[in-house]
Structures are given as C-alpha cells and as structure tokens.
Design a binder for this molecule. Structure first.
Ligand code: ATP
Length: 386
C-alpha cells in the first residue's frame, strides 16, 4: 500500500522564480502518474523532491499519510530509475540486480537474493544475459537491468526520470509497452517524468501538465485531449497541435478568417460578452469536403481555402492553410509558442485529411470543419470557456 500526497509544494533555488510553485497532487495506491511539460517547467525538480534528492522549500509531502519532508532518501523506500541507468560497469547483470539487496541493515540471504534476481530477470526477459556486463548490452537491455534493480527492492513506489530518452525511437516504443505492462502487473504506485507526449498519453492513468512550476491540469489522457483546461494544455497535448483561430460571434455563427463557421449554441453562449475569442479545433476535425457524408455536413461548415502545401503520410495527409491575423492575436499565439518551447506560430491551420483525398499543395480546395468538437478560449486569460 502506498499513496503519495503533495500539498502545496514549493521549491525555490536561491531567491529566483520558484522552480515549483504550489503544486498539489493526490496519488492513489497503484496509480501511474505522468509529469509532463516543456523544458524547465519543474517536473524533474518535483520528482527529486519526492525521492528526497532535493529539499522542499514549503508544503507537505506525505507517503501513506505520513509527512516525510525531512526523511532521508534511503528511508523513503522509493526506487528511482534514471535515464543514465546508473549501472556498475564491472558487475554482471546478476550482480547489478542483486546489489541493492546486499546493502543496509535488512540484508537478505543468498537464497532469497537468488530467488528475487531470477524472478525479476524472468519478468524483464533478462534470464539469458545474467552473466554479461553492462558494456555488452544494448540500451534497452541496460534499461531493463535498471528496472530489475528497482523491482527487487520491494519499493513502495517507482519514480522514473525520463528513463527512455537515450533510446532510439523503435526501442522506446518497445520499452514503453514493457513499462506499462510491468507497472500494471506489479500494481506499484509510479511517477514518471517525460517531455514525450506519446509516453504521457499511453503510460499514465493520469497526466499532470506543468508550466513554469505550476500545475495546469491533472486528468486522464482522454480528458486532457478532449477537455483541456486552457490554451497551454490545448496546445501542448496533441501533435500536430490544436489550431487556434480568432473569432467573433455574428448572426449566430463564428466569424473567422476562414469565413463564418457553424457551431453549436453552447459555443456561442461560451463566447457571449467577449469581443474576440480564440476558437480551437484539432487537425482531425477538418476533412476534404468531398469525403464527408451528407448526413454529417450540417454539423459543421464547408468552406473554400487555398492549401499552401500538403504532406502525405500514407495513412493521412496534412494540408496547411494560411490566414490573415491581426497583431493582437499574433502576439498571443507567439507567446503561447514560447511557453510551449516551440518556434513562432505562423497564422496557419494544419488540417488532417483522409489519405484518399486528392487535395494537394497549391489547390483551391473545398474543405469541411466539424463544429461539434471545437473549443472557445478567452484571449485574456487563455481559459477554456467551453
Ligand atoms: P527538463 O525537461 O529540461 O529537464 P524540467 O521540467 O525537468 O526540465 P527542472 O529541471 O525541474 O525542469 O528545472 C526547473 C527550473 O529550476 C528551471 O528553470 C531550472 O533552470 C531550475 N533549476 C533546476 N535545478 C536547479 C539548481 N540546482 N539550481 C538552480 N536552478 C535550478
């Protein structure tokens, strides 16, 4: 049994801007929580405070209801898996996994150690490599040895700090699946830091999105994607990113640079009293109008636009549509792009079409956009009003 509770946690290095600023999260027993956000948002600092490698400036950290702010790292019984593996090069895989069990006051007998090493290595598919040294292993195998060490400790929780960032894309995918399966099988409370969206969306029960040390939203991957709380989360989750268009309510529709768009009444209500709002729409909510079922069309708007260029990916294609934007909206989107750690945002829409679409770069095309899943954001606060 292990719950982890963060109450209003703050971390200040020196007297600068807080690296973590009042974060509260309740992690249930057995839950898998992902901490995600752009570089410098404070996710590693938060994890290091949980494990005890970093002092907590203020706030409370509870493990199983007990305040542990001042408890030494080795007495917190948490197992940390780092990206650089921290394996001993001169020891075999067997000895690397056995290492933590030979330390401390509760040393195990050789038989107990052997049982645990064999069990962990079977789980991790390492049985055939037990006599090898880390230098003769692949990146993925080394990663599994590091996890084996965490497993044999019977830790109350696993803490992962970007454990896959040194691996190539294919191996990352395999290891991701293995970590997810292992965590479910063991049912151990886990916190996992990453800046990789795919890991965030596929591994966790819940994902905590951080920006400049502050928690923006913590929710299931689906809820984050479908109901982002603000512009930052909407822009951060999903690739390509959600599109944002300035819009004004006029005559029961949303007047935008792409034309007047049909939207449900609840979106018009959300924008009530605002001069301008940002309308958010994901790439997949666009389609080549020729490929949209007539029965569906009334739920959105068919419009004409020049597709400046397109990218065909086999299973889908992206079409880019440029539009004129006023200076205020451009500034807002540039600021969002900076927060997201990306390049400047061009005033353009990225639309995803079915791979069968004949639309190509340079075409004046008939497109369709679904009104039902759009969001309305406040231009001043960035809050999602829908
Ligand atoms: P990344 O993905 O780049 O590792 P992160 O989200 O994990 O970033 P942190 O490493 O937690 O971010 O850093 C949060 C902020 O605290 C950053 O502004 C960073 O410069 C600052 N910071 C981190 N460690 C220290 C330190 N030891 N001394 C001073 N400032 C620090």
């Amino acid at each position: 049994m292990s719950t982890i509770t963060l109450k209003n946690i703050v971390k200040k290095y020196g007297d600068g801007f807080p690296a973590v600023n009042g974060v509260s999260i309740d992690i249930a027993d057995g839950e898998f929580i992902i901490l995600v956000g752009p570089s410098g948002c404070g996710k590693s600092t938060l994890l290091r405070m949980v494990v005890g490698l970093e002092d907590i400036t203020s706030g409370d950290l509870l493990i199983d209801g007990e305040r542990v702010n001042e408890v030494a790292p080795r007495d917190r019984n948490l197992a940390m898996v780092f990206q650089n593996y921290a394996l001993y090069p001169h020891l075999t895989v067997y000895e690397n996994i056995a290492f933590p069990m030979r330390l401390g006051k509760n040393k195990l007998s050789e038989d107990e150690i052997d049982d645990k090493v064999r069990l962990a290595s079977a789980m991790l598919d390492l049985d055939e490599h037990l006599e090898r040294k880390p230098g003769n292993l692949s990146g993925g195998q080394r990663q599994r040895v590091a996890m084996g060490r965490a497993i044999v400790r019977d830790a109350d929780a696993f803490l992962f700090d970007e454990p896959l960032s040194n691996l190539d894309a294919k191996l990352r995918g395999q290891m991701r699946t293995q970590i997810a399966q292992l965590q479910r099988r063991l049912g151990i409370t886990s916190i996992y830091v990453t800046h990789d969206q795919t890991e965030a969306m596929t591994l966790g029960d819940r994902v905590a999105v951080l920006k400049k040390g502050e928690l923006q939203q913590i929710a299931s991957p689906r809820e984050l994607y479908e109901q982002p709380t603000n512009l930052f989360v909407a822009g951060f989750i999903g690739a390509p990113s959600m599109n944002f268009l300035p819009a004004r309510v006029e005559g029961g529709r949303m007047q935008t640079p792409l034309g007047a768009l049909e939207v449900p009444q609840r979106l018009l209500d959300a924008a009530e009293g605002k001069d301008v709002v940002l309308l958010g729409m994901r790439p997949e909510h666009f389609e080549d109008a020729k490929l949209v079922d007539e029965a569906i069309k009334p739920h959105g708007t068919t419009f004409s636009a020049r597709v400046s260029h397109s990218e065909w990916l086999g299973n889908e294609q992206y079409g880019y549509i440029e539009y004129e934007s006023d200076a205020k909206v451009k500034d807002l989107l540039d600021e969002l792009a900076r927060d997201l750690d990306g390049d400047e945002m061009e005033p353009q829409i990225v639309a995803s079409f079915d791979a069968a679409s004949r639309i190509r770069g340079g075409d004046d095309a008939e497109l369709w956009v679904d009104g039902r899943r759009m969001h309305v954001f406040d231009v001043e606060t960035g809050e999602n009003l829908t």
